[in-house]
Design a protein around this ligand. Structure first.
Ligand code: SAM
Length: 241
């Protein structure tokens, strides 16, 4: 059978590298190689460095366009790339919403990036430990009862901190909403030259498994892994009840 480009799909499917399994294997191999080569550090959004791979940014855009959240809470501001990215999407989608971005230490460069962007009025920066009561008191104030919330966790990637964040931020997610956990890929990077063997146990994926075992009302929605090359495998947690 020929496809729209006139190629025989049955032949393509039997050639090495074209089965689903082989495609997934190659995607993981490429993810490990490009992470190890620091290619992801070259990504910018509207001139601001953003520590994500482009396919993940694209998928986040799809999720945000579908959910149309009023508030996006993120942990891990770093240089402000994702905060500016999320705020720009709210603007493009004409959602009268805001981004709350939390970092244990707000980098003055990140503050400048946010303030110099066209979206400064939408971004609220909170300095402090993302698990602290003081930070959550501020979040509650900024939410003002708003329930249409998306949470993106991208701060300290240790097992302990990530599990703590999952437990404390899951309360903001409405039924049908999502909590997105970044860098679950660390486990699969443990054996790369720049990785650490500790990441098999001490990383977001292990925390995700523990969190899911404690919370049957959340499940990993793997449809968002559709582009295969991702730093967030299984990281899209949907609240089902
Ligand atoms: C991976 S970077 C965030 C990258 C950013 N989301 C992006 O994609 O451009 C992680 C950030 O988490 C912050 N961080 C580390 N521990 C934290 C904690 N306990 N609470 C809040 N932020 C923390 C660090 O200061 C750092 O800026």
């Amino acid at each position: 059978m020929t496809n729209a480009n006139g190629k025989d799909e049955s032949v393509m499917a039997t050639q090495p590298g074209y089965s689903q399994e082989e495609t997934e294997r190659l995607a993981l191999q490429w993810t490990r190689a490009m992470w190890n080569a620091d290619l992801w550090r070259r990504v910018t959004w509207l001139g601001v460095p953003v520590m994500q791979w482009p396919t993940d940014l694209l998928v986040m855009q799809e999720l945000i366009a579908r959910l149309r959240p009023q508030v996006i809470i993120e942990t891990g501001l770093y240089l402000g790339g994702t905060a500016v990215y999320y705020a720009s999407l709210l603007e493009l989608l004409r959602i009268d919403g805001k981004v709350i971005s939390i970092d244990i230490q707000i980098n003055p460069v990140a503050r400048q990036h946010v303030e110099n962007s066209a979206f400064a009025s939408r971004v609220h920066l909170l300095e402090g430990d993302s698990k602290s009561e003081a930070v959550h008191r501020e979040i509650e104030k900024l939410l003002g009862g708003e329930k249409n919330v998306l949470v993106c966790l991208d701060s300290d990637h240790s097992y302990r901190h990530t599990l703590g964040e999952l437990r404390v931020f899951s309360r903001y997610i409405p039924v049908g909403g999502y909590l997105v956990l970044f860098d679950t890929i660390c486990e699969a990077l443990a054996s790369t030259p720049k990785g650490s063997p500790d990441w098999v146990q001490d990383s977001p994926m292990a925390a995700l498994r523990q969190f899911l075992s404690e919370n049957p009302n959340f499940s990993s929605d793997e449809t968002w892994g559709k582009l295969l090359v991702t730093f967030l495998p299984k990281g899209f947690l949907r609240r089902t009840g």
